[in-house]
Design a binder for this molecule. Structure first.
Ligand SMILES: Cc1ncc(COP(=O)(O)O)c(C=O)c1O
Length: 401
């Protein structure tokens, strides 16, 4: 039995789903995880699209440790502190929303809750439209908008009222907007947990237009797509549209707990003081990590690296698709790429083979049929080639296929 597993089973709730029951690590550095026995694993999971500048980036670690010695907590409601304000200023410089203001929380789910609350509160309307295959989090509001795996919802009925799930179908969306009082429409520009499926360009543009027509706020959930993984700071840029509200988390602070709900000052002005809040949201240490993460992404030109190496990785994966009929589709953008096998057993075998060869890849999709490649933005070509070579061996190695 691996070292931690027995006590994990004894002392922690069994509710958590896990990709690899036996994988235990003691650390991480750059694009590598360090196993309990010192073994190095090439990490293409980034803790589910989170450690965007690699594990324990020295500049982020230094910022965290400096801030931890200065102030760990006070709550912004009690006193203002610089990292909270500075981070909001930095975010306003990288989002497509003009005069952007941020509300900070601790996770993607809370960012989504915040966006839903802002939409309802500011429009005084009850309804939310979400899209089939979307994942927005596990809290009850976010879960009401989540359909990536229906089992996430099982056992929690009744979920929140007035959540409507639509296909990527403008006629269906318009019909919902006509027949219900809709506050907001929440969309992942690329379904993350839903299998790395990008929303069609014309659909997203049409959705923006329908939101304008019916006075509905467009919420882009960029929790997984944000902070460079798609080869742009935010995926909104690929669609040439400006959302009313954006949610972000995951990559924002290199793994420290932080989420943000971002909207224009004009919209935020409709959210009265006290209508929402958080004790830990925008904690000084998490904000310091986020400021350092943004600074590293800028100084190391990592958005451009994600685009360049993402194009290279996608080209190579498409070549593998030509070679191996088991690969049904390669999709995604930047360093957020999915390889769909259409079969979860094949995927499980490949993931286990790769782990054996010290490459960590994880699955996604409603039925777990997709393998996602979501490495750190500062991954290098050699590391990508190593991962590709192991992946190719896995795909070609009988008897798994
Ligand atoms: C698009 C999206 N929104 C929201 C969430 C929820 O984030 P968290 O797990 O931090 O609550 C996730 C998590 O995977 C996500 O991918």
């Amino acid at each position: 039995m691996p070292k931690l597993l027995e006590k994990f089973k004894k002392y922690t709730s069994p509710v958590l789903g896990r990709y690899f029951p036996d994988l235990e690590i003691k650390g991480g550095k750059g694009s590598y995880l360090i196993g309990m026995d010192g073994k190095k694993y090439l990490d293409f999971s980034t803790g589910i699209a989170t450690t965007v500048v690699g594990h324990c980036h020295p500049k982020v670690a230094a910022a965290v440790s400096k801030q931890a010695k200065q102030l760990m907590h006070i709550c912004i409601g009690v006193a203002l502190y610089e990292p909270y304000i500075k981070l909001a200023e930095e975010i306003s410089k990288i989002v497509p929303i003009k005069n952007a203001q941020s509300f900070f929380c601790q996770s993607g789910s809370e960012a989504v809750e915040s966006a839903i609350k802002l939409a309802k509160y500011s429009t005084k309307k009850p309804g939310i439209i979400a899209f089939k295959g979307g994942f927005h989090g596990r809290t009850l509001g976010a879960l009401s908008a989540t359909t990536s795996k229906m089992k996430y919802r099982d056992g929690y009925d009744p979920l929140l009222q007035e959540f409507y799930i639509s296909e990527f179908d403008l006629a269906q969306v318009e019909q919902l907007m006509q027949s219900h009082s809709i506050a907001g429409a929440i969309l992942e520009p690329m379904l993350g947990e839903g299998g790395y499926i990008e929303a069609p360009l014309e659909f997203v543009k049409g959705l923006r237009a329908l939101c304008d027509k019916y006075g509905v706020l467009l919420i882009l959930d960029e929790v997984q797509t944000g902070f460079g993984h798609t080869g742009a700071w935010f995926a909104a840029e690929h669609f040439g549209i400006i959302p009313d509200i954006m949610t972000m988390a995951k990559g924002i602070a290199s793994g420290l707990p932080l989420g943000a709900c971002v909207a224009s000052a004009e919209l935020m002005a409709k959210w009265s003081p006290g209508a929402h809040g958080s004790t830990f949201g925008g904690n000084p240490v998490s904000c310091a990590a986020a400021i350092a993460t943004i600074s590293v992404i800028k100084s190391e030109k990592l958005v451009a690296n994600a685009k360049k190496l993402g194009d290279y990785l996608k080209k190579k994966l498409l070549e593998l698709k030509e070679k191996f009929p088991a690969i049904k589709e390669v999709r995604g953008r930047g360093l957020m790429l999915g390889v769909d096998f259409g079969d979860s057993n094949i995927v499980k075998n490949i993931l286990n083979y790769c782990l054996e060869k010290q490459l960590v890849l994880i699955s996604t999709g409603a039925d777990g049929t997709v393998i996602r490649f979501v490495p750190a933005l500062n991954i290098n070509k050699k590391q990508i080639d190593t991962a590709l070579s192991i992946f190719e061996q896995a795909v070609s190695s009988p008897p798994s296929l």
